[in-house]
Write a protein that binds this ligand. Structure first.
Ligand SMILES: *Cc1c(COP(=O)(O)O)cnc(C)c1O
Length: 449
């Protein structure tokens, strides 16, 4: 069978492949064909293929040429709004338009139109942040992990930072507060116990080497039961009195109070008081991946001069996306404009109505399903306590659910959903209206195939 595999030379001459061969560089074509043949060969050796079919090899090669991009849109039917694996926040159309308009041409990224001299890329963001939140100044880095690293490195390197034990979090293996401290050259001084800390813990920990008191959002876990912690405002007062910096890593960074964060500290709340705060651009804020650092002007100026900032610098794609995101926040209808907020704000009734419609369509096609109460998650390592009541569509099947899941994942526009006990579970909270038809058709197709 291995000998029946056609040669690369022969395939390069194939009429059916001519269109691809003409379009792509010779070396690339040879490499693509070799790769497909290698895989085919392995399948033969593993007895997955019983007979060499020339036509099938041609289809495989064509498919390989056709799937130009590895990055593609997927339908998120999991109900996890800030799904880190699925790109966290989707960006609304006007933000995408701004990105494409600015980046397709030259722009004033680092050019001051006032002076005609070199400008700062951060200036495009600073004013809007100041007007929106009340913080004096801002600087943007690649992500919040970089923000934490930069802040510690600039203000606490070779010195001590006090952090409560209840906040020494791990946000997915590659971000652990103690490790970041170590990398930044900061000595971590842990205070309190796992569940409690008091202001006297901070007083006792204070030394000549203390440069900072740091508060970290717990983000992906919660403490229940006997929990006592010193609040941000108390720590701010303490820091001021003792002449040390107060820095809060807010994790998700919620600009204003809204339905989901009644007990969360908002960015605007801290504006008048905190020395420095940082948070992610693509968690609750609903913007591009970046780390947003806000604070008193004297501190932000220092960060802007730091060598390390150069290594964490963001490009025009990020800055244009963030600028447009902030513009949406400035508008009254922010909930419609920020997609992640919009999804979180959808009412139970609205999603139930959408779910019932799909349930009826499935019923007409002879597929058994039911709509039942469940919960959606905010996701993105934020607000672990909050489960948003959300109706879900449960679809029963006699087929192997894991296999159905895989088939849906391999569609041209893949569908990502959860399964449990031989049922597919769809949460429409994270599904866009115009994706519904494709979603239903695909599920019917896969189940009835
Ligand atoms: C998510 C998170 C980070 C890391 O942010 P990225 O933008 O993903 O790098 C750091 N600290 C806290 C508290 C977080 O929640």
């Amino acid at each position: 069978m291995l000998r029946d595999i056609p040669s690369v030379e022969k395939l390069l001459q194939d009429k059916e492949l001519k269109q691809c061969i003409d379009k792509y560089r010779h070396n690339y074509c040879v490499a693509v064909i070799r790769e497909v043949l290698d895989k085919y060969r392995k399948s033969i050796i593993n007895h997955e293929i019983k007979e060499v079919k020339y036509a099938e090899i041609i289809i495989r090669i064509k498919d390989k040429f056709d799937s130009m991009f590895s990055l593609k849109n997927v339908i998120n039917a999991t109900g996890v709004v800030l799904h880190t694996n699925l790109g966290r926040s989707p960006l609304p159309e006007d933000v995408c338009d701004h990105i494409s308009k600015i980046n397709g041409r030259y722009n004033n990224l680092e050019f001051s139109l006032d002076t005609g001299k070199r400008g700062s890329r951060y200036d495009h963001i600073t004013e809007k942040i100041r007007l929106l939140t009340g913080f004096e100044d801002a600087v943007i880095v690649n992500n919040n992990a970089a923000a934490v690293m930069l802040i510690l490195n600039v203000f606490a390197r070779g010195k001590e930072a006090i952090v409560p034990r209840s906040q020494l979090v791990e946000i997915g293996g590659s971000f652990r507060v103690p490790k970041i401290m170590e990398l930044s050259g900061t000595k971590l001084v842990e205070v309190g116990t796992t569940n409690c800390n008091h202001i006297y813990d901070f007083e006792e920990a204070l030394s000549e080497n203390t440069s900072m008191v740091m508060k970290v959002h717990r983000s992906n876990f919660s403490l229940k039961g006997f929990v006592k912690e010193v609040s941000s405002s108390e720590l701010i007062k303490f820091s001021k009195e003792n002449n040390v910096i107060f820095y809060e890593d807010l994790g998700s960074g919620i600009l204003f109070e809204n339905a989901f964060n009644k007990k969360e500290t908002t960015v605007t709340e801290l504006a008048e008081q905190a020395d420095i705060v940082s948070f992610s651009g693509d968690k609750f804020l609903g913007g591009p991946q970046c780390g947003i650092i806000l604070g008193k002007r004297k501190y932000i100026e220092q960060l802007k001069k730091a060598q390390l900032l150069r290594a964490f610098r963001v490009g025009k794609l990020t800055i244009s996306a963030l600028e447009a995101t902030l513009e949406n926040y400035a508008k009254k209808d922010e909930n419609d404009k920020v997609l992640s907020l919009n999804m979180l704000n959808q009412t139970y009734e609205k999603i139930e109505e959408r779910s019932n419609k799909i349930h009826e369509t499935l019923f007409e096609k002879g597929i058994q399903s039911r709509v039942e109460a469940g919960t959606s998650l905010v996701g993105g390592g934020s607000m672990p306590d909050i489960e948003i009541p959300s109706p879900k569509i449960f679809i029963k099947t006699d087929l192997e659910v894991e296999q159905i899941k895989e088939e849906l994942r391999n569609l041209k526009t893949p569908i990502i959903l959860s399964v449990k006990d031989n049922e597919l579970i769809i949460d429409l909270r994270t599904v866009f209206d115009d994706e519904e038809e494709y979603l239903v058709d695909s599920i019917v197709g896969v189940l009835q195939y």
